[in-house]
Design a binder for this molecule. Structure first.
Ligand code: GLY
Length: 349
């Protein structure tokens, strides 16, 4: 079994790449937890919860199932989860298990971070975005009307158990959604990964392992997102505007689809500003098409700019965005919001 050790401030953890879930039982037994709380959603519950409940039968497994979808990541469900742990007499010697995609990982992790001022939790991610990105790095949160992930914490898991074979059961759109963050990793850090993606994937396990190494690099260098880790936001400023326009429900545009458009537009703007190597936009569009991801949107530019101007990070009409020097190399640059309008209009024509 292959593994990675991620260093986190005072709390390092192991990522195991497995082909079944028995190692969860081994981890729980070795650590001596008394009780386990599996938190999952309705889709993943049907597929994997019984198997994990049975592996953990010696450790009093409990299970809480939330509706699937971004709307689940709300403060009411955070409180419901914390109260459920209290009503089942969980203590700090017990364990929370986040079984699912990014929504479940963020919600269950925040429940664990806040219950009794912190109870251990592990991540068992079941989607591409969760396996390649969100289960690593300790960001946990719920959404509030003022913005996605604005109520949260840094709270690293004790263990991450990744079974890439479960990705086979993902619906097509969910798989494409996750590939956007994988393509992003290639764009900002790993030109070889980007080339491999351009040729097409035949080994999902290898792709997941490589993406975990990339995420490890960023979170070990900058756990609290004050510098290098910000490069992971490539494409995200515009993406958040697109998602806000569509009500953040993940239906018309998923997060990954919005990031895909954001990356293409940023590459185009970078080329027009002369800071991004010529041809980068075309390469990104080609790879996005290959994974059935969009590279443009019909959202009127004035609407997008309106949302961008409302972004709390905007100062004096200027925002820090991530741009590419070329595929595999990113940097932070100040961008006037009005420049987005100027170049986006040209781009969408
Ligand atoms: N997904 C962005 C980060 O972990 O910083």
């Amino acid at each position: 079994m292959e593994s990675l050790k991620v260093k986190a401030n005072g709390r390092g953890y192991t990522i195991d790449f497995v082909d079944n879930y028995t190692s969860i039982g081994e981890f729980v037994g070795a650590a001596g937890y008394k009780k386990c709380a599996i938190i999952t959603d309705e889709n993943v519950d049907k597929l994997y919860a019984d198997e994990i409940m049975s592996i953990l039968q010696a450790y009093q497994p409990f299970k809480m199932v939330f509706p699937a979808g971004e709307a689940t990541k709300n403060p009411q469900n955070l409180i419901a989860g914390v109260r459920w742990l209290a009503n089942n007499n969980f203590s700090r010697t017990d364990l929370v298990i986040a079984l699912g995609g990014g929504v479940v990982g963020d919600l269950a992790g925040f429940i664990a971070a806040t219950y009794d001022r912190g109870v251990d939790f592990i991540q068992v991610p079941t989607t591409i975005v969760a396996q390649c990105d969100s289960s690593i790095g300790g960001k946990v949160a719920v959404d509030i009307p003022e913005g996605k992930n604005r109520f949260g914490a840094f709270y690293p898991p004790k263990y991450v158990c990744i079974n890439a074979s479960v990705l086979q059961t993902l619906p097509e759109r969910n798989r494409a959604d996750g590939m956007a963050e994988v393509i992003k990793h290639g764009c900002i850090y790993d030109a070889k990964l980007f080339d491999d993606l351009s040729r097409g994937i035949d080994d999902f396990g290898a792709i997941v392992r490589r993406n975990c190494q990339i995420k490890q690099h960023f979170v070990e260098a900058d756990e609290y997102d004050r510098g290098l880790r910000m490069q992971l936001n490539f494409g995200h400023t515009l993406a958040h505007s697109i998602e806000s326009y569509y009500g953040n429900d993940g239906e018309k545009f998923t997060h990954g689809e919005a990031v895909a458009v954001g990356m293409a537009v940023m590459a185009r703007i970078g080329e027009r500003l002369g800071v991004t190597e010529g041809g980068t936009y075309e390469k990104i569009v080609d790879v996005l098409k290959k994974y059935r991801l969009p590279y443009k949107t019909d959202v009127p530019i004035a609407e997008l700019i309106g949302y961008m101007k409302g972004d709390k990070k905007v100062m004096g009409g200027v925002i820090n965005v991530i741009m590419l020097e070329k595929i595999g190399s990113a940097f932070v640059r100040q961008l006037k919001i009005d420049e987005v309008g100027e170049f986006y209009d040209n781009y969408s024509a």
